[in-house]
Design a protein around this ligand. Structure first.
Ligand SMILES: C[S@@+](CC[C@H](N)C(=O)[O-])C[C@H]1O[C@@H](n2cnc3c(N)ncnc32)[C@H](O)[C@@H]1O
Length: 182
């Protein structure tokens, strides 16, 4: 695969960034999820797999991570990089298909979702599928998303019962973290 910068730049409309998330942003996002006790975790927008790797390090062996990635180069990169993880399933397609995948896998509830989707570049119509998240999220689970602005705060407040905000300065650019619960 090309270096992240070039791949992301050549598909800026869907990648929404030119740099992978920093280890500080990854830590700050993942501390909002109870990964150690999870059975099913979803990831929207795996990219080069920086979050994927951190999640796979934290989840127990009986937990499965289902990741979604639209970009072919990132998909193939992650497929190869994580081929030795039996509890990892990668889907080459849109996160908008997550309900179909859960139905195929006969999964009713998930323990956590981490999303890197480029919210600013996607319209509310394209993000319509996020309205389905609450019905699949465990009462104790969280949906965690980062963004480089507060542009989708209102949308998350309409979808979820509770939205808490965090901030990470040590990322390029600094990011807002939404922790959403049902
Ligand atoms: C901002 S990058 C984040 C990559 C990585 N997770 C990180 O934090 O560095 C967003 C990723 O989401 C992917 N993406 C964009 N729209 C998507 C969609 N509808 N479904 C799945 N992946 C999508 C892009 O291809 C890109 O890899």
């Amino acid at each position: 695969m090309k270096p992240f910068f070039f791949e992301a730049l050549s598909s800026l409309r869907t990648s929404g960034t030119i740099a992978p998330s920093s280890k500080f942003l990854i830590q700050d996002c993942l501390k909002n999820l109870d990964l150690e006790n999870a059975k099913v975790v979803l990831e929207f927008g795996a990219g080069d797999g920086c979050f994927t790797e951190a999640i796979l390090e934290r989840i127990p062996a009986d937990c499965t991570l289902y990741s979604f990635e639209l970009n072919t180069a990132f998909y193939e990169h992650c497929l190869e990089k994580f081929k030795n993880y039996p509890n990892f399933q990668l889907y080459h397609g849109s996160a908008a298909d997550f309900t179909k995948v859960l139905a195929q896998q006969q999964i009713q509830k998930v323990d956590g979702i981490i999303s890197s989707l480029p919210l600013t570049l996607l319209s509310e119509v394209e993000l319509e599928f996020l309205k389905d998240v609450p019905q699949y999220l465990h009462q104790r689970g969280s949906f965690v998303q980062y963004q480089y602005s507060l542009m989708r705060y209102g949308m998350f407040k309409r979808i979820f019962s509770k939205v808490e905000l965090g901030f990470t300065l040590r990322n390029l650019p600094p990011a807002v973290i939404y922790r959403c619960t049902v």
